[in-house]
Write a protein that binds this ligand. Sequence first.
Ligand code: ADP
Ligand code: MG
Length: 411
Amino acid sequence: MNVQEIKQRFGIIGNSPLLNRAIDIANQVSPTDISVLITGESGSGKEAFSHIIHQLSPRKHGPFIAVNCGAIPEGTIDSELFGHEKGAYTGAVGERKGYFETVNGGTIFLDEIGEMPLGTQARLLRVLESGQFIRVGSSKVEKTNVRVIAATNVDVYEAVKAGKFREDLYYRLNTVPLRIPPLRDRKEDVYLLFRKFSADFTDKYRTPALHLDEGAQQVLMNYSWPGNVRQLKNLAEQLAVLERDRTITAATLLTYMPQEAGRSNLPMRLDNQQREDFSERDILYKVLFDMKRDMVELKKLVAEIIEHAGTGDNYTPNTQTLNQLYHDIELPAKQEAQFTIQQPVVNTHSNSDALITPHAEEVEESLSLVEKESDLIRKALKKHKGKRKLAAHELGISERTLYRKIKELNL
Ligand SMILES: Nc1ncnc2c1ncn2[C@@H]1O[C@H](COP(=O)(O)OP(=O)(O)O)[C@@H](O)[C@H]1O
Ligand SMILES: [Mg+2]
């Protein structure tokens, strides 16, 4: 089977060179009985690869079991893996077969191998080298034929250096290292994966198809994906179920993505202070930009009316525009009444700029208004964690206007 066929068969999405390389290695090592150590961050696909290796091996009709070494208490892991005799320890009422016995002829996937206690590591090394093991509380040597695939999301070699992981076992397991790249190292696959998952989930929940706008696609690409493919999959599922507006914007997306401190992975990054309220100055700018917007809309309308005045055709202004205008003007007016501006506005130009003529000042102010506008929108979005509805309310504009602004200002 070639790499493309494997992807097809196992539903593996992506075409980045690092992913293809990993699939190629899995493909080559599958028919052998060699132990494989899969390394990669959580959610990157380690377990999925263990299935592929088993399924492509001559053991595919034999059993497969995944064991999370990090989740089994130190006191019972030997017994779980290798079984015990009756009375081997307090509470061992009957004898019990371990996984290495029940999976005879198949494959064991040992996840979080770095968490395995040293004593268990000794038993594992023995079974890997000779196929022999001894049940807890027994002295009889048993034989088994199990292939081991191990996985870790931490650097096991660090554990070796710290004396927490046996060096001989490390080399034994690591005969063929298989590294699954983190999602952030295969950016070209992110959108492909998203499309696959969102199609799957909208299908599953019978909800309308999702569409990501340009900005949202950028956010997906540039995010650091600490939870890798699993996180992306969960995101697609949540969107498929929760979002009313099926065109997903960057702002919507951001509400679903936790930000890692000190990591600038988003094009639309909001600065670090998380809680910061609107200053009086901000409020004034807000009122100003509302007015500016209304002026622009009015001008457009007047221009339209004038344009049609002489032509004699039966012109009525676009009612939608009128309605929106009415709606938009209404809101800030109501909102405005809540502001109490206690201090007079102070001109903050303390240098020679203060001497500029009123006309020049006006030009300067109106230029920075655009900047202020995007500043405010950012602030409002940040304050409301990207929730457009709340941000729009705070800004005193309609959600639709905010949406348009985000697009216009390329936020
Ligand atoms: N390339 C991929 N294409 C499609 N699904 C993937 C891919 N990689 C991982 N997945 C899916 O992502 C989820 C997490 O993968 P998993 O193998 O459990 O990660 P890990 O074991 O590294 O934590 C699983 O549902 C898996 O099927
Ligand atoms: Mg896992």
